[in-house]
Every structure is written in structure tokens, then in C-alpha cells.
Design a protein around this ligand. Structure first.
Ligand code: ADP
Ligand code: C5P
Ligand code: MG
Length: 206
């Protein structure tokens, strides 16, 4: 169970965009630029979970660490509660870009029922070949992660196909999801991303 709800008037004002895509598709990269151009606050569900896992030796921290190390999805109650608390602690009337969430149907349902309905959903479509190259490149570039190695990457791809892509398919059917070809270079991908936000009525700072 989640600890407590946002007051409904606060929930109505919360503007949240879900930024989805397989591991290494470029979610974090594009969110950083959205923050610069539009003034959103960015939270990566994976980053928040990694920080929570580092924080302590509690059973929950240990569970998160083991699940991430194996490429598995952390129980939705934990991730949704973490996101909720983090959003509450960082008020931003301009809005939030939340990346790597929802990864499962129940996460989507819990968040939209209890916190806010997403104002827009972006999906970075990217081949596994491209994503694998990028993840291995990220590891070589010095970003130390337990799960950016060939074996766990394969597992993360499988989880992505089995658990995460069905959520995207369902958003597509509802007509809520903007699909962007993320196989292209960074500039092209971001230009399309920015266009979608402008199309959604969002205003760049400059
Ligand atoms: P995600 O958050 O989706 O896992 P990242 O944004 O961390 O992915 O990107 C993974 C790696 O790929 C990073 O090293 C990033 O610099 C690189 N990258 C991201 N987008 C592109 C792109 N369009 N072309 C080439 N490399 C990219
Ligand atoms: O998005 P990112 O690649 O940083 O996620 C890393 C890991 O964090 C995932 O492989 C998964 O173990 C965990 N995660 C999760 N639920 C989410 C987002 C991330 O369990 N919604
Ligand atoms: Mg990321």
C-alpha cells in the first residue's frame, strides 16, 4: 500500500511525462535536454532505485540491489512509493519527465490512479543491436553499473520485450504514445522529441 495520496487539487496540477524505451535507447540523454529547454524536473526510476539500494542495508535496499543486478523489475509498490515521495519533495509547477517508468502494467495503473495521469508519453523505438552497442559504450565510458554487462543486458532485453513493451503497445492503442525512431544520431532524436513536446502545447524557455 502507498503511504498517502496527494490532495486531489495537487494531483490535478501535476504535469508528468513518461519517457519510455528499452535499456540504452537514450531516455536519460533526451531527458537532460528537455530539462534544459523546458525547465522540467527529471527523475529516472532506475537512478532512484540505484540510489535507494546504495543508501542502506535494509531488506528493501538489499532486495532492490539484487533485482537490479539480475536485470529484474523491482516490485511496483516500492518504485511508485519512491517516485511519489521524490516528486513531493521536489515541487515543480512546470512539470516532470519520468524516465524508465512505467515498466509494467501495475506501475502504470498505480501511478495514474494515485499520483497523476500522464500528460504525454514518449517511446524511443530502438533496435537491440543499437541499444547493446550504446550500453557497452556507456560502460566503457566509465559509468559504473552492475547491470551494463553482456549477460545482464540480454536479460534486460528479455524483460523489456516481455514486460515493458506490452505497456507501450497498450498506450499506442489508446492513442497516447508518441513513437520516436531512436536509432538515429542524438541531434535528430532530440529534435523530434522537442517537436512532440511543442505539439503537446509545451513552451520552451527560449
Ligand atoms: P537510457 O537512459 O535509455 O538507458 P542513455 O540516455 O543512458 O540510455 O544512453 C545510453 C548511452 O548511449 C549513453 O552513453 C549515451 O551517451 C548514448 N546515446 C544516447 N542516445 C544516443 C544516440 N542517439 N546516438 C548515439 N549514442 C547515444
Ligand atoms: O532504466 P534503467 O536502465 O536505469 O533501469 C535499471 C534497472 O532498474 C532495471 O533493469 C530494473 O532492474 C530497475 N527498474 C525497475 N523498475 C523501473 C525502472 C527500473 O525495476 N520502473
Ligand atoms: Mg537511463
Amino acid at each position: 500500500m502507498l503511504p498517502h495520496s496527494f490532495p486531489s487539487e495537487m494531483s490535478d496540477q501535476l504535469k508528468v511525462f513518461f519517457i519510455l524505451g528499452g535499456p540504452g535507447s537514450g531516455k536519460g540523454t533526451n531527458c537532460a535536454r528537455l530539462v534544459e529547454d523546458f525547465g522540467y524536473t527529471h527523475f529516472s526510476a532506475g537512478d532512484l532505485l540505484r540510489a535507494a539500494a546504495k543508501e542502506g542495508t535494509s531488506d528493501v535496499a538489499n532486495l532492490i540491489r539484487e533485482l537490479i543486478r539480475g536485470g529484474n523489475i523491482v516490485p511496483s509498490e516500492i518504485t511508485v512509493a519512491l517516485l511519489k515521495q521524490t516528486i513531493q519533495e521536489h515541487p515543480n509547477p512546470i512539470g516532470y519527465v519520468i524516465d524508465g517508468f512505467p515498466r509494467k502494467f501495475d506501475q502504470a495503473r498505480m501511478f495514474e490512479e494515485d499520483i497523476a495521469k500522464a500528460a504525454g508519453i514518449i517511446y524511443y523505438q530502438c533496435s537491440e543491436e543499437t541499444m547493446e552497442k550504446r550500453l557497452l559504450g556507456r560502460a566503457e565510458g566509465g559509468e559504473k553499473r552492475d547491470d551494463d554487462n553482456a549477460e545482464v543486458i540480454r536479460k534486460r532485453f528479455r524483460v523489456n520485450v516481455e514486460e515493458c513493451e506490452p505497456v507501450v503497445e497498450s498506450y499506442k492503442k489508446e492513442g497516447r504514445c508518441f513513437v520516436i525512431d531512436a536509432n538515429r544520431d542524438k541531434e535528430e532524436v532530440y529534435n523530434d522529441t522537442k517537436k512532440v513536446f511543442v505539439q503537446l502545447g509545451e513552451k520552451p524557455k527560449k
